[in-house]
Every structure is written in structure tokens, then in C-alpha cells.
Design a protein around this ligand. Structure first.
Ligand code: PGA
Length: 253
């Protein structure tokens, strides 16, 4: 099996309260115990902002990182009722942040707003998980690659593109649907994203690209044949320690 670094990032979405620390605790313990077996794994749990501080404090020894799921684009305090900025999330204990998730794009989040959020997150030295993906209609019209190109160009800029940006390719039609792309198609899409990124930002470095959308313990093995995938963004299945741990175990089987 590959010895390249692999990310397993959980996206809890709007799930969880303080008692769900038990899930984090089990995953943290697994991460520690499997340190030697799966040396090159990085586990991150992006939980609701209300839980970050508490979870971080409770984890006396940390073998996983915690992340947030969105932020306001404004860098300082301001009159934005109900919002949190990157600085606040960082001070609560987040090391990662998901931005541009399709569930937020659907609510009207623009390319420009995502770009501003990315800049403020990078200014706080947060690692950004930048989500892109086509919807079903776009897929049917064979527009997948042009949509991805537009999303990348629309929210990233050469000047702030660095190792802190991880791209997560999540086809909208595969999120929470139990549908996954054909493996060959997925391989080509991931390669396209990596190459397009290099061309667009005139860099020699390939970005890290994750896959997300209905990843579960049963289908994870299918993805392991695509060496270009640097890891996974896992939604529903990350709300169960067993499923999340089984995904990692089965990936390396
Ligand atoms: P899912 O969600 O794994 O439940 O499909 C993935 C995501 O939305 O990040």
C-alpha cells in the first residue's frame, strides 16, 4: 500500500453535542494506537464551532486535529450577527477549516465570498479544505471539468496559494446519496484538477486533492487504487467512530 501522506477528514456538518466527545475520543485513541501501522495518515475532525473549544480541552494527548466548517469573510470583529470569523475559530482551537462546501454555495455563497474567506483563514494560519464539485445537471451536460476550472479560478489566487490549501473534489450529486463516480472518471478528474491548478497558477507543485461524497467503509477500497487521491472528506460516516475507523482500516487493507 502507498506510503504517501493520506488525509481522513470528517465533516460532521450540523451534528453533535458535548456528549459526542466519545466519538472523538475513540478516533483519537485509534489514531494513537495505529501510529506505527498507518504512519502516513492525518486525521482531522471538522465539528460544529460550538464544540471545538471543549473537545480540544478534553483531548489531553492529541493524535487528531480539529477543524471548523465555515467562517465569515470579515477578518476583524464586526456587526455580523450570528457569524464567526477565522480568528475566533482559530482561538477556539481549530487548525483546519472547510470552505466553499456545496451546501453553503447552495445558500448563495459566491466565488468572491469564498475567496475572501480563504484569505482570512490563511491569514490565521488555518489549513483550508477548499471544496469544489459539479452538480448532476452539469455532469449530465459533460460540463464537469469546466465547472471545476471556474470554481478554482474564481476563488483561488496565485499569491495565496500554498501548502495550506487542500482541494476537496466533491461531486454535489454524490454527497449523502450513496452514489460515487466511476473510478476511471474519478481518476481523470483528480488528475485534471492537479494539472489545471499547476497551469492556472504557474507552479510546479501539485496541490493535494481529496475526494468526498458518500465515502463509507464498503466503498473506500475502490478509491485506494487511485494513487493521485491524497485523502478523503467524509460526511455522514464520520459521525460514527466505528465507520470512520473502518474506513481508515479498509483503505490500508
Ligand atoms: P457524505 O458528505 O460523506 O455524507 O456524502 C460529504 C461532505 O458533504 O463533505
Amino acid at each position: 500500500m502507498t506510503n504517501k501522506l493520506r488525509y481522513f477528514i470528517g465533516n460532521w456538518k450540523m451534528f453533535g453535542d458535548f456528549s459526542d466527545f466519545k466519538i472523538i475520543k475513540k478516533i483519537n485513541r485509534f489514531s494513537h494506537k495505529s501510529k506505527k501501522l498507518y504512519k502516513k495518515k492525518k486525521i482531522v475532525l471538522c465539528v460544529p464551532s460550538t464544540l471545538i473549544y471543549n473537545f480540544k480541552k478534553k483531548l489531553s494527548s492529541r493524535y487528531i486535529s480539529l477543524g471548523a466548517q465555515n467562517c465569515h469573510y470579515h477578518q476583524e470583529y464586526g456587526s455580523f450577527t450570528g457569524s464567526l470569523n477565522a480568528k475566533m475559530l482559530k482561538s477556539a482551537g481549530a487548525e483546519y477549516i472547510i470552505l466553499g462546501h456545496s451546501e453553503n454555495r447552495l445558500e448563495g455563497e459566491t466565488y468572491q465570498a469564498i475567496k475572501k474567506k480563504i484569505i482570512s483563514a490563511i491569514n490565521q494560519k488555518l489549513n483550508v479544505i477548499f471544496c469544489i464539485g459539479e452538480n448532476y445537471k452539469e455532469k449530465k451536460k459533460s460540463r464537469t471539468l469546466s465547472v471545476l476550472k471556474k470554481q478554482i479560478k474564481g476563488s483561488l489566487e496565485k499569491k495565496f496559494v500554498n501548502d495550506k490549501i487542500i482541494i476537496a473534489y466533491e461531486p454535489v450529486w454524490s454527497i449523502g446519496s450513496n452514489k460515487i463516480p466511476k473510478i476511471n472518471e474519478l481518476r481523470n478528474t483528480i488528475k485534471y484538477i492537479k494539472n489545471d491548478f499547476r497551469k492556472t497558477f504557474k507552479t510546479k507543485k501539485y496541490p493535494k486533492v481529496l475526494y468526498g461524497g458518500s465515502v463509507n467503509p464498503k466503498n473506500i477500497k475502490l478509491f485506494s487504487s487511485i494513487v493521485e487521491i491524497d485523502g478523503f472528506l467524509i460526511g455522514g460516516a464520520s459521525q460514527s467512530s466505528k465507520k470512520f475507523i473502518d474506513i481508515i482500516k479498509n483503505y490500508y487493507k
